[in-house]
Design a protein. Structure first.
Ligand code: FMN
Length: 221
């Protein structure tokens, strides 16, 4: 919270979030070769869904909500979204967790500053590869870091073969929109149909999220 406030304050002082987005010199530049390797790690095992998700009355198990969240904001939205749809939930967990120092956007030498400035950065994901075969719709959630998705999203997208799947991005942020990050991510999931993404506040209600899902028309796939 302290960090978010400090971030927002620094944004106000810098004349708006556009200034914050511009921090990395080359953060928007990503490799175009998706490689689309299909689950390179053969020992794929699904992680257990929480009891909450299992108990939900509705069921949309052809839908996965995959998310990365460094400070639990996106996580809250992802959980509400998955629960509302009765979809499965997968957390993209970094092998090396992000510390407070790592997340220091005011330090050009911090881990996130370095990663976001490096087009080749692919932070490792912990655990086994979550199998995507049974899902035809994948919501992908993340925080905005300097106007972009964290590089671990590139690691995630490049793990899979996306042909025939529908991808729907969503994010949380101090105020930045989702558009720039989607432009960067799309080439990493070639063959997928991308529906319009959306930025959410952490207190977005289940009703609001479900109304969005209904607009998208993906529930009865
Ligand atoms: C390294 C870093 C860079 C950030 N860059 C931006 C930004 O460019 N624009 C913005 O609105 N918020 C930015 N934020 C704020 C986060 O997007 C916001 O707090 C988000 O909701 C955190 O999500 P999480 O708790 O799921 O990690 C940044 C935060 C961090 C740690």
């Amino acid at each position: 919270m302290k960090k978010t406030m400090a971030f927002l304050l620094s944004c106000v002082l810098m004349g708006g979030m556009a200034a914050c987005q511009a921090a990395p010199e080359n953060g928007a530049s990503m490799p175009q070769d998706s490689a689309a390797a299909s689950q390179k790690d053969e020992s794929s095992q699904p992680l257990p869904a929480s009891q909450e998700e299992q108990d939900t009355p509705e069921s949309a198990h052809h839908i996965l909500v995959a998310y990365f969240s460094a400070t639990h904001t996106t996580e809250q939205v992802a959980k509400r979204l998955a629960q509302g749809m009765g979809a499965d939930l997968y957390e993209i967990v970094p092998e090396e967790p992000y510390t407070e120092e790592d997340l220091d956007y005011s330090d050009t030498g911090s881990r996130t500053s370095i990663e976001q400035n490096d087009p080749q950065a692919r932070p490792a994901i912990a655990g086994e590869v979550w199998p995507l075969d049974s899902y035809d719709v994948v919501f992908v959630g993340y925080p905005i870091w300097w106007g972009e998705a964290p590089k671990i999203l590139a690691t995630f997208l490049e793990r899979y073969e996306w042909t025939g799947k529908t991808v729907i991005p969503f994010c949380t942020s101090g105020s930045s929109g989702i558009a720039g990050s989607v432009e960067t991510l799309q080439p990493l999931a070639e063959g997928a149909t991308w529906l319009e993404g959306r930025r959410w506040e952490k207190n977005a209600t289940g009703e609001e999220l479900l109304a969005w899902v209904e607009e998208l028309g993906v529930l009865n796939g």
